[in-house]
Ligand binder design. Sequence first.
Ligand code: FE2
Length: 374
Amino acid sequence: MESEVLEKATVETDFLPLNGTDHIEFYVGNAKQSAYYYQSAWGYKLVAYAGPETGVRDRASYVLEQEKIRLVLTTAIDPSTEIAQHHLTHGDGVKFLSIWVDDATKSFEETVKRGAKPFMEPTRFEDENGYVIISGIHTYGETVHKFVERKNYNGPFLPGYKKPAFAMDVKPVGLRYVDHCVGNVELGKMNEWVRFYEDVMGFKLLLTFDDKDISTEYSALMSKVVSNGNGYIKFPINEPAEGKKKSQIEEYIEFYKGAGVQHIAIEVHNITETVGELRNRGIEFLYVPETYYDDVLDRVGEIEENLEDLKRQNILVDRDESGYLLQIFTKPVEDRPTVFFEIIQRKGAQSFGKGNFKALFESIEREQAVRGNL
Ligand code: FE2
């Protein structure tokens, strides 16, 4: 009874109800070729396109889907655009973490009233498939949250986008939905951005990791996780902490030229199958030494999976009070050591794999050392 009352109160006070991630838009150097990578390696399906052939003169955008995940890859065609400038500075990276809402006008008004910096006033776009309302606010670095209201639209993506003239056959790898998106911010800025999500977007602080939880011999980071009212959107925010050598967060910020999205975690139903298939298609993952598996079951207790299968795929395990999770991280997916993906399978656990941080960060540091950045 008590929890019912509490839930009702939470719903009533949520001034920014969110339905989930609408899409994640990357600005990239060559969207045509990136789209091929996401189709052939990751099994996304090309569902929409905008570019010169559809009347868009300054850019080309490819929209890719797998179950509930929608990625947009955009390249500048005109060098004078903000897209070209963004790419020159940051390399390939996430520009828009776009959120699906029922009311993009109210989402904009409520957040701007609380201090959000406007990116785009609520704007109506329409075509023969109906209309959408889109608005947007700035977040860390040059990253933007768009609010997308699409209840009156049934085209392939958004007005201006058409079904692609040709889409290759793809084999999905079992990617289901975006579990969380992590931001890296500059030293001393984590709490500022946590406050932004709390005050401006009404998120709640879910978890805190300090440098004692996650430091290795050389480098450290701090992290706080914020989540919206229904828990559909989770944004961990990292900042570097003092260490003997350069933290992985500092390396990111140095090469991304500022704060930005560090990784996108994607939920799957069968992580050993998904990771095995991704490896066959050439995706590279971080490596943890085999000794990780010697005592992992002492730490996490009983699991349904065969430990040998996990070991073969180098998949990590962690447990919290509500269950366990399986996870693995790719290496950066562009030449700068910036954005990467996490593959995660939750078996009840609501956390983020704190027990694996040390093994993982040692692995990241080995990669940093190879790049000459430790
Ligand atoms: Fe993560």
